[in-house]
Structure formats: C-alpha cells, structure tokens
Design a protein around this ligand. Sequence first.
Ligand SMILES: Cc1ncc(COP(=O)(O)O)c(C=O)c1O
Length: 436
Amino acid sequence: MYRTQLIKQHQQRLLKIKSFSTTNRNLKFSEIPLAPPDKILGITEAYINDSNPKKINLGVGAYRDNSGKPIIFPSVKKAEEILLKKETEKEYTPIIGSKNFQSIVKNFIFNNSNKDSNGKQLIDDGRIVTSQTISGTGSLRVIADFLNRFYTNKKILVPKPTWANHVAVFNDAGLKPEFYNYYETSVNDLDFNNLKKSLESQPDGSIVLLHACCHNPTGMDLTNEQWDEVLQIIQDKKFFPLVDMAYQGFASGKPYQDIELIRKLTKLANENKIPTFALCQSFAKNMGLYGERTGSISIITPSKEESKAIESQLKKLIRPIYSSPPIHGSKIVEVIFDEQTGLLQEWLSDLDKVVGRLNDVRQKLYDNLDKSNYNWDHLLKQRGMFVYTGLKPEQVKKLRDDYSVYATDDGRFSISGINDNNVEYLANAINEVIQG
Ligand SMILES: Cc1ncc(COP(=O)(O)O)c(C=O)c1O
C-alpha cells in the first residue's frame, strides 16, 4: 500500500513538471521556429558530404596554401614557442585588454612604422581609446552596442553589398542598418556616382560603415581621390564614420600601405573636420589568428577628457557580456611586436607571401578563363581574399551541381580555395557554365 502511494506521488510530481514545461507562458519551446543555417557554413557542410575527388570549396574566407591546407604563420608558431617557455600564468587580462596590447594596436594602425604624424598626434593627445575585443565581429558588436547606448541617430548606412554579418550584428544591437549604393552588378564595377548620391540623400548625423580595404564581398575599393570625395560628404552631412578593417595587408601585402583611409581620417580628426570616428580591427586574417578571436575597437574622441568617460563606458558595456577577452591571441601579437624577438619582420614577410599566393592564383584564374564572350577584367581590379565573379545564382548552382564547385549564391569565390592543382578545372567549369 505504502509503495503504491509512493509511486502515485512520484507520477503526480512528474506530471506537474511536464505540465509546467509545456504550459510555461514565458517560454514555449514547441513554438520556437527553426533558424535558417548560416549560408557560408552550410556550403562547407555540403562540400564535406560531396564524394567527388575534384570538389572545390570557395565558400569560406580563410587562407589555404597551394596544397589546399590551412596554415599557421611560421612567425606565429615561433611566438607560441616563446610563450610556451616564458608564460608563467593564465590570469585574466583587464576588461579592455592589456595596456601593452592596446598600445601595440594603436601604433600599428594609427602610427604605422612611426610614419604617421597625425595618428601620433592623436595618440599623444589621448584622443584614441582602444580595447581588445573578441576579434572583428566582437569589435563590431561592442561599437554597435556602444552607439546604440550613446548615439541618438540609430541609422547605420552600409554598402550594398556588404559582409552579411554586418547587418545581423547591427540589427541585433538595436541599430537600423540601411544600404547605400556601392556596386553595379551589370557592369561588375563600383557605382561611384550612385554611391555619392545615395549618401548625400541620407539624413545628417547618420552612422556610415566604410570598409578600410579589400571590400567584402566585391574586392573593389575606392581610390584615394574617391575617398576624398566621400570624406567631404561625411563632413557635410556630419556622419559618424565606422571603419571595418578585417583585411589590413591583403590589398598590397603590406599592412602600412593599406591604411590610406585611416591616414586621411586621422588628419581630418586633427583638423577637427571629422572629430570622431571608430575603427574595428582584426588579426584573424592578417596574422591567421582566426579561432584565437583577437581584434580591437578604437574610438577617436574629441579630447583626452572625453576619452576617460568613453573608456569607462566601454568597460561597463563589456564586463556583463564576456568580462574580459581571451589572452592567447593577444599574447601572440605582443610577442610578435616585441622588438627583442625580431619576429615583426618575419610576420610581415609571412603575410606578404600569403597575399602573393592569392594574387598569383587570381592571375592564373584570369589567364585560364575564356574572355571571348565574358569580360573578366574586373577580376584583376579586385583585391583581397575574394573574387566577385558576377555569376548569377543559377550559374553558381550549376557549378555546385555539375562540377562540385562550392561558392556563395552571390558569386563570391574565396580564392584561397584555388591552387595550382585545381585552377584549370575551375576555369573550365566556369567557362562551360557561362556558355550555358
Ligand atoms: C568585412 C569583415 N568584417 C569583419 C569580419 C570579422 O572577422 P573576425 O570576427 O573573424 O575577426 C569579417 C570576417 O570574415 C569580414 O569579412
């Protein structure tokens, strides 16, 4: 009798728990819709499941060597060996990263090779607040949250097209992303006139996202003269420039050559013509530190006094999200920039080689493409990790279905997936698809 009572009690308790979880008004698990898979990661999954030995993955924006394998930069490996020997603790780093990391990043971006007097002036005047962040994406999210909290105009203008995650990050942070014209697909070129017109038609005080170099996905950057014109519009309209620099070094192979836009902005900041802007930066691509999640946000402020408040607010914002950033990647950066290790030159040369190979395969792909009924000249104007082919979604699908070539539907190919062994196969497949 006692046993049956116990079983009954237990069953009633189970029923209570079950009814709680299905009737909880706050969270109805059964009504949560399935989220769509990430487009780029979905491509990699389909690629892995393909048994064709000739398959090519052009989806993911991470470097591969000429045999199709991911690499660790030799300079990074050496930095890790040094760390392994000398590291004595794994303590938390401060909320915004170590002072040393902040100083390295500031000098690397704003006073590269001690050549940029305007950047140096801003650093000396205490007008740059830098925080380590969880790579470039974390940097974008931190500044988006910051702007949502303190900037009254929530509209953020982003180029059409742009990296898909920009829109997701800004939306999730409560900003209101809207596109400005950037590229004309019918002619595979920058649409500079409409770019200017669409910026000019926007309300004063909007935030505007600029890709510092190697625009993702098109690979088409503005010339120096075109930047000047855009920066004039930014001054006239009192826009707040937010610069995303995920590919510093991938345009020329030399990080200090790819920061022309930053040089222009620091000059304008010193002249108080564009007194404030922000810059998101990442070591994912140019140091190959993808999964180490190492990057930074820098906010250029009107004065030292404002910097103090801004730094304190960055700390207040970051602390409840992830408390403090990871340390391994930032320590690698610190070792590479430590003059005593002599690794800086080695890293610059590693990076130059990586970019050299990408440029090499870009040229080889171009050479192997049939130009008799399609103009491929845009390929050679584009820079960075991608070629924006101009292929239509149905052509990209045909490449996938008939040739096991995997790329995003917008026709963006990550060229690091191309090498001496597959470039001819790829070019032939494209030629066939174009001929229909
Ligand atoms: C334009 C752009 N910005 C930012 C990022 C962020 O990269 P990560 O978070 O890996 O540093 C990427 C990565 O692909 C990118 O293409």
